[in-house]
Design a protein around this ligand. Structure first.
Ligand code: URP
Ligand code: ZN
Ligand code: ZN
Length: 531
């Protein structure tokens, strides 16, 4: 849809709210929640989803879902309501928790430019594709976390869906350590990301990573890593330039899988040394995945997040003679040769990897052209927020690799658990937020930059067709996507605070105690006088 038409619909909605957003009454009353939303008698949005297969991560059943005031009130067969409730027929369709994308970069200043999707356009695209919450990475301002957090508070003001923040750490001193504590205790941040790549800008060294891991552990915050060896990448880039390779293929050639495997192994071993959980973002290669598998097998708490591009694309595009096409696929770590994606899919379906993100970080073709003469200047990043739910269903469920319940787990529930917001998010349960999608397994879609909702003029999934279409998205109890129409409201999205000490921290105190008692030290020695 053209951007103008899209914003026209948004404005229309602001002037004339849809009937589903109007007030109505029903026999149902939701139990009061702590925040006061959902008590009886308050004017509300009331929706009944009838006759669908309700899918949660551990169970699916034929049931109706009743929503009031943005909260799921009841999940049971044959719910009866009055005429005034908006009824959606989901017969033959799946009713599932809205997707949660753990990895996005909206309005991010990066490589001399800023991503083309801001919080509003990126979120609108997400909602059209069935994702109802995302977690974005706050980038500090000159290393300052509080300034970074305030900047992202401003960037996210127009949000039309719920979102949370991770915080990147790019330098280390007492102030950073103090601010980490404040952000966890007062601002709802429970994860910090360390870039082991992007030498000269975001990259941190091992001594900083160690300090960060210790601090994360003490705060109950999850440490996350972008795992590539940044020094070696720098060397690889020099090598390509010396060989006269300046095009997008040089990007892949300069940072091969071995450098991702090395950094993943190093981060995992340092997290093991500190004894704190680790989350590896955008796992793109077998090399990295094997390290995660080994660590998990040994009992270490390591989470591996593949992203859609790494699961379903391969690197042949980077060799395309047309720069505009080839540069679209430049992201880090790079999209890998054929074979890596399928291996990552297998790891996802067998539980070696746990959840799927997008790393949505979009630049348009003009921005990508900043690197026309030098691949090192092509802004790194690809789209995916709008496409993730569709592509994962088609690639993994339609092909029989994943069940519908597993689909819910890897696209929504596991993210909510890891970031400690389950079952408010990631579930179709009475009391959960009404972030719901209705997916028709018999309907199909085609992806195109002409019809997508991102502001970018390019799409790395251009022309891809698939089965299984999100026909309805409900976010915060509002129908925001129906009949191919977006009805999003700026400022309707909420910032979701995420508390520390998720389930990943269970047992850490005990294993620390076991470690201390295993030391058999300090040994008491009797000093004898030298003769
Ligand atoms: O190419 C990428 N991945 N761009 C976004 C920044 C990052 O490394 O996550
Ligand atoms: Zn990264
Ligand atoms: Zn990223």
């Amino acid at each position: 849809m053209a951007l103008d038409a899209f914003f026209f619909i948004v404005s229309l909605f602001l002037l004339f709210p849809s009937p589903s957003a109007s007030e109505s009454t029903t026999q149902f009353c939701s139990a009061g929640r702590e925040n006061g939303v959902g008590s009886c008698g308050v004017s509300s949005t009331r929706i009944l989803i009838k006759g669908g297969t309700v899918v949660n991560a551990h169970h699916q059943e034929l049931a109706d879902v009743y929503v009031e005031n943005g909260i799921i009130v009841a999940v049971q067969p044959n719910i009866k309501v009055g005429d005034e409730v908006t009824v959606l027929d989901a017969t033959g369709k799946f009713v599932m928790p809205g997707g949660i994308d753990p990895h996005t970069h909206l309005a991010m200043e990066f490589m001399g430019t800023e991503t083309i999707d801001d919080f509003f356009s990126g979120q609108a695209a997400a909602l059209a594709g069935g994702t109802t919450m995302h977690i974005d990475f706050v980038i500090p301002v000159n290393g300052n976390l509080v300034a970074g957090f305030e900047a992202y508070e401003n960037k996210s003001r127009e949000s039309c869906m719920d979102y949370g923040f991770h915080m990147a750490i790019t330098k280390w001193d007492e102030g950073v350590s103090r601010d980490m504590e404040m952000l966890v205790k007062e601002k709802g941040i429970n994860s910090f990301k360390f870039f082991l790549a992007y030498k000269g800008s975001l990259m941190v060294t091992d001594d900083l990573l160690l300090e960060g891991l210790k601090r994360c552990k003490s705060l109950g915050a999850l440490a996350m890593v972008h795992a590539e060896n940044g020094d070696a990448v720098f060397e690889g880039q020099k090598r390509m330039i010396e060989l006269g390779i300046t095009g997008p293929e040089g990007h892949a050639l300069s940072r091969p899988p071995v450098l991702e495997g090395e950094a993943t192994a190093r981060a995992i071993r340092l997290a093991r040394f500190i004894n704190t959980p680790l989350y590896v973002v955008h796992v793109m290669s077998v090399d990295a995945m094997d390290e995660i598998a080994k660590a998990r097998k040994s009992g270490q708490k390591v989470i591996g997040e593949p992203v859609v591009s790494g699961l379903i694309l391969d690197d042949h595009w980077l060799w395309d003679p047309d720069f505009t096409i080839a540069s679209k696929y430049v992201m880090s770590p790079p999209i890998r040769p054929v074979g890596h994606g399928k291996a990552l899919q297998d790891a996802l379906s067998t539980g070696i990897l746990q959840l799927v993100g997008t790393d949505h970080c979009t630049f348009n073709s003009t921005q990508k052209a900043l690197g026309l003469d030098d691949f090192r200047k092509i802004p790194n990043g690809v789209n995916g927020l709008e496409e993730r739910m569709h592509l994962i269903w088609d690639t993994m469920v339609e092909s029989g690799q994943l069940s519908a319940t597993d689909y819910v787990r890897i696209t929504s529930t596991e993210c909510a658990r890891i970031f400690n917001i389950y079952p408010r998010k990631g579930a179709i349960l009475a009391g959960s937020d009404a972030d719901i999608i209705i997916l028709n397994p018999n309907s199909s879609y085609e992806i195109s930059s002409k019809s997508h909702h991102s502001r970018s003029d390019i799409n790395v999934y251009e022309g891809r067709r698939g089965k299984g279409k999100v026909e309805v998205t409900i976010a915060g109890g509002r129908i925001v996507w129906e009949n191919e129409e977006l009805k999003v409201v700026p400022r309707s999205g909420k910032y979701i605070e995420m508390p520390p000490f998720s389930y990943l921290f269970d047992g850490i105190e005990k294993s620390d105690a076991n470690y201390l008692s295993s030391l058999r030290a300090p040994v008491k020695r009797v000093r004898t006088e030298a003769t």
